[in-house]
Every structure is written in C-alpha cells, then in structure tokens.
Ligand binder design. Structure first.
Ligand code: 5GP
Length: 196
C-alpha cells in the first residue's frame, strides 16, 4: 500500500531494539483518513473471505480495527490485557509475551462474544515475532470459531512472525512489509524494493 509506505518513510522513526515508532499517525496520534484507506485496503484484500467479526488486541489495534469494521460491516471484539492471575467468569484466556515491553500478560475474551459459527478476521498494527497474533489465534481456536485471516498494518519481515504464520497456513495480509531498517540513518526498505 503505497500511501502507507510513504507515510512510514515520512513520519516513522527507527528506534533501538528493532522498534519502528509510528506515533505521529498510527499509535498515539491517529490519522483517521489514513485509517479509512487502510480499512478499505483490508476489505479489498479479504473480499473473497467471509467475515462476521473482527478480533484485535488492546490498545493500539482497536482504532484500526474499528475503522476497518466500517468497511466489513461487522462488530469488533478486542482481547483485554490483564494481570489478574485467577480470572473469574466465562472467558477464553491465554498468555502473550509483549514485544515492546518484554513482559508476559494474560489476554481474555468473554465467551459470549466469540464462538462456534463466527468467522474471525484478526487485525493488528504490527507483526514482529508473532506472539500477539498467536495468542489471538489460540482464543479463536478455543472458542470453536473459524479463523478467516489476519490483516496487519506493518509487518517487520526480518522478524520471524510472518513466515511462521504463513507456514501454518494462516491467510495473512500485511499492508507494508519492512525488510530492513537502520537506526543510525533512519533508512527503511520495504519488501519488493531494490535492496530488500
Ligand atoms: P509480536 O507479538 O508480533 O512480536 O509483536 C506485535 C505487537 O508488538 C504489536 O501488537 C505491537 O503493538 C507491538 N510491536 C512490535 N513491534 C513493534 C514496532 O516496531 N513498533 C511498535 N510501535 N510496536 C511494535
């Protein structure tokens, strides 16, 4: 998605630890017109797939998922992050290791909002090692719902998550795949470009 790549190049900042900061338009300040384009692009890419629910993870997936849902005309469920050890109630739960904070946390979705008969599209902002998506997939599988696919705004192609999920047969669509990025120069090379 050219518009997105241009924006990443213009406003993205390469930080230590292979972290790309996109706080100017995606993760803190949010450019909703760009989100609308992103939502329409997800709809184009998943046009052949039946989806009746979007599942994301708090916090940064929520805004993107909500705008994308306007193109799919389906509700959004977000997995909640919690530190509660003994989770009461009727929930699906699993553990996820945070890429940006290093910590392990529980994620939960209430059973009433995910179950058999649901065809679920996962949406998230970033794909790095794939832990967040794997956690969401576990919740989908535990619920008996069907995984329709996963839509990612920015995949870091030099990290293992994307390849591992594709190898598992997950229908994965990433709108921008970063192949290289350099903290010193701020240079970013996307998949399909010279030098990738
Ligand atoms: P994974 O679980 O695939 O290793 O990491 C994905 C999650 O970590 C995303 O939900 C995202 O919030 C965060 N993340 C991973 N890499 C980056 C990055 O380079 N920049 C930002 N802003 N978040 C990232």
């Amino acid at each position: 998605m050219e518009l997105l790549k241009e924006r990443i190049r213009k406003d993205g900042k390469v930080k230590a630890g292979n972290v790309l900061k996109v706080d100017a338009f995606l993760n803190h300040q949010m450019d909703i017109e760009l989100f609308e384009e992103i939502g329409r692009e997800f709809k184009r890419r998943f046009a052949d797939v039946e989806v009746n629910k979007i599942l994301t993870i708090e916090a940064s997936g929520i805004g993107i998922a909500c705008i994308a849902a306007r193109s799919f005309h389906v509700p959004v469920v977000f997995a909640k992050k919690t530190q509660t050890k003994n989770i009461a109630g009727d929930v699906y739960t699993t553990q996820v290791q945070s890429y940006t904070h290093g910590k392990v946390y529980d994620i939960i979705v209430a059973k009433e909002f995910l179950g058999k008969g649901d065809k679920v599209l996962l949406i998230d902002d970033f794909l790095a090692n794939g832990k967040a998506l794997e956690g969401l997939i576990e919740l989908v599988e535990a619920s008996g719902a069907e995984l329709a696919g996963a839509g990612i705004v920015i995949e870091k192609g030099f990290q293992a998550g994307g390849d591992a999920l594709r190898a598992r047969g997950v229908r994965l669509e990433s709108l921008a795949v970063v192949e290289h990025m350099e903290e010193e120069t701020g240079g970013i090379v996307f998949r399909g470009e010279a030098g990738a």
